[in-house]
Structures are given as structure tokens and as C-alpha cells.
Design a protein around this ligand. Sequence first.
Ligand code: HEM
Length: 481
Amino acid sequence: MASSDQGSSGAPKPVPGSYGLPVIGAVRDRLDFYYFQGQDKYFESRVERYGSTVVRINVPPGPFMAKDPRVVAVLDAKSFPVLFDMDKVEKKNLFTGTYMSSTSLTGGYRVCSYLDPSEPTHTKVKQMLFNLLLSRKDEVIPTFRSNFSSLLATVESELAKSGKAAFNKLNDVTSFDFIGEAYFGVRPSATNLGSSGPTKAAKWLIWQLHPLVTLGLPMVLEEPLLHTFHLPPFLIKGDYKALYNYYSTAGKQALDMAETLGLSREEACHNLLFATTFNSYGGLKVLFPGLLANIANAGEKLHERLVAEIRGAVAEAGGKVTLAALEKMELTKSVVWESLRLDPPVKFQYGHAKKDLEIASHDGVFQVKKGEMLFGYQPCATKDARVFGSTAREFVPDRFVGDEGSKLLQYVYWSNGRETESPSVDNKQCPGKNFVVLVGRLFVVELFLRYDTFTATVSTELLGASVNFTSVTKATSGPGS
Ligand code: HEM
């Protein structure tokens, strides 16, 4: 039931909404966002109040970390893609939104995520990442399989011991090692970093994301500690140095290649660290629990269908998990996209209007002035009932299967671009797009080569789902893993 992107009704109107009183309005809204309403409600209630999916609101963190919390929010599938249009928005220094972490957390450099495509370094770093991923493409499947089959073996032994197995913790350790091995051929845990990599990485991530999260502590503690001032970078200097040492040694080949693109070794290494630890590891930390949660909640019927599809395609490929076999798995592919649609791991996107703009929603056209900050809350756009119908808020495993289903892929925005488009040095779409969809599929494949079905409990934590396995039923038919 996809609605058209073209056409808009009526003459351009001013954007409705209100920022409230300076400082007080922004702090009040921040409390609504974290404590009184929660994220989804915060945006949905304002859409309702002003009767518009393009609306003026404050976004967190506000005072005193952000100079200006005022944004024009685009909260439907039709207006959201203005954020992907590099002729219309500038994406400089706004990766984390209305505040920017100190560059002393990234070696003094503004790394790729903070660069606009008009900046020459953006092209060089993004090209380095494309080259790196391409050079390692044959390593992804075997490396994924060895790391995640060992994770599942641990799940089984923990289930045997205590009747449950906490997935997120195991995923953190495994994803960190998997990414290092897949990109550089060196498992971080086998180097001087030892088992400390994921903890050091998580700490460094918190230093950058604390303005945007709640740890579930009382408001009187979190407000001054997390939401008002930046945590001092010197406290994690040692952790960052240890991570940097790993990348500068393990990433030698990638750094050699970066030099041929005109990057200094040092700037390339800080970028490798960021792309690997923040973008990739931070992404997989949220992606796999979300995917697992949706599959667990969908229950045994879906599991049976996935088992049949996955084992059938792998048997046809001579018992091997190959790219060609993965391509044949229509339901598996759809399940991964549906999870990325329903629970996009990165929920906020920003861009400054490059010029005076007219932005069309389903209901009207709105005027925005040059320099204003545009903001998209992705879950509102990708759960738009005008595109995804009455099941927009549900997990529908088959949603993207077949010709009709694949027409909806243009409305899947998790990569900061349409799923039907590709990242390039000229846009800000995620360079890991294909890698992420591939590992998502491999995750589902690994599960259902090994298990006929499983059960798990699902709750919410810092950035997404938290999943505990409670039982697994080992595979009763081939091809097995
Ligand atoms: C950019 C999501 C994995 C590298 C982005 C953006 C999103 C995103 C939404 C755009 C941010 C913005 O500008 O507003 C994700 C998710 C991932 C993931 C959800 C995993 C589940 C990866 C991986 C890589 C990567 C595996 C490894 C290369 C980057 C980089 C950028 C980026 C370097 C900046 C792109 C640019 O400046 O043009 N990602 N990403 N990401 N991502 Fe990913």
C-alpha cells in the first residue's frame, strides 16, 4: 500500500510547533523525552498536538551541551528522505545531532561521520572503507560462521548450566572479535588488548553518547551527570590509546592503502578505529539483539519456515553457506529488512538546510529557512501507516517478499538512505550497508542451521533489545552446520 512520493497538497505553509521559553522549554522537553514520556511518545504526542508530521520541536540534550536544541522534525516516510538529499542538506559536525563530542575523543580529528561530502577528506576516508570492505569480502562468511557458531556453543553450555543464556553480553564479545578478524584478519582478543576490547569500546561509546541516553538511574543523578556537561575525555585516554594500538598494528595493510589515497597514517587510523568501533561494533551491538528479539517473539511457525528455506538453499549449494545460497533465501532476507525497518539501530538523523526549502509531507508542503536544523526520528518514518498499512507497527516476516513486497524497500531507511540506493563518496549513506545486511542474514542462517526452534525472553536496555535464551531445540534434519 505504498503511497506516492510525488505530489503535495496546497500552498506552502509555515511549520507548526513550538519551542517554548528559552532554556526552560528545552529542559522541560528533555525531561519529557527521557523520563515522563519516553522517545516514541515524545515525538508521537507532538505530531498529534500540532496535527502535522513536519513539526517544530526541541531535541535533547539541550542546555548546556547543545548551542541550539530547536529543529524542524520530519516524522513520516515522505518528508524524511529530504535528509538524504545532499543538494538540500549539509551534514557537517552533526552526526550526534545538536551537540558534538570533543575531537580529543578521536585523536584530534573530525572523523568521517562528522564530515560533509563536500569536504575532500570525506571522499578519501569513505573510499578507504569501501576498499577495505571489498578487499575482505571473501573472509566475511567463514569468519562470521566460526565466531558465531562458537557463541551458540556457549549459549548451549550456559543453558545446560543455568537454564538461561544472556545473549547481549556474548554478542558484545563475539561481535568485537568478529569485526576485527573480518576486517584485519586479527582477533583483538589474541593481541595485547586481550579480553578488554569490548569494555574499553563501550566506555568510549558512552563518552560520546551519554547526552542521548538514560542509564535508568534516578533523574536527579542522570541530569547533572549525563545530560548537562560533557564527561571529561582525559578519563578514557588510556582506553582509547589501547584500542588505537590494536588498529595501528592489525590494520597495517589498510593503512598502507589509505596512504595511497592521500591520507596520513594517523588520520586514517583514527578513522579506522571510529568506523570499526563506533559505526560497526556499535551497530552490531544493537542489530543482532533486535533481530533475535523479533525472531524469538515471532515464534515456532516462523522458525519452521526459516528452517525449511535455509536448509533447502544450503543443501542445494552442496551443504555450503554461499552468497548465491543467501540470495535465494527470500524469507530470510525479508526478516532482516523487516527488523531493520521496525527497529532501526540508529534512530536519529540530522542535516542543516543548505537553502530555503519546501518539504512535502503526506498532508502538506512546509517552508524551511536556510540554516535551520532538520531532524528525523527514523522509527516514526519507517512505521508510517500511509506506506506500511495497518500492520506498520507489527513485525511481518514476509513483508518484503515478492515483487509487491520489494516495492516497499525504498521506504527502509536504516542506512541513512533508501534500501534501493547505494552509498557513495558523494552521499552520507552508510558504507557498511551491504555488510550489515549480509551479516544479518548470516545470523539468521547460523541460528536455523543449528536449531529447529528456540525460546527467549526479551526486554529493553540502553540502546535496544536485551535477549535471554531460555531453550534451544537442536536441528533434527540436515544439512546442519
Ligand atoms: C554512517 C547506520 C554499520 C560505517 C551511517 C549512518 C547511519 C548508519 C544511520 C548515517 C549517519 C548520519 O550521517 O546521520 C549503521 C547501522 C549499522 C552500521 C545501523 C549496523 C547495524 C556500519 C559498518 C560500517 C559503517 C559495518 C563499516 C564501514 C559508517 C560510516 C558512516 C556511516 C563511516 C559515515 C558515512 C559518511 O560519512 O558518508 N551508518 N551503520 N557503518 N556508517 Fe554505518
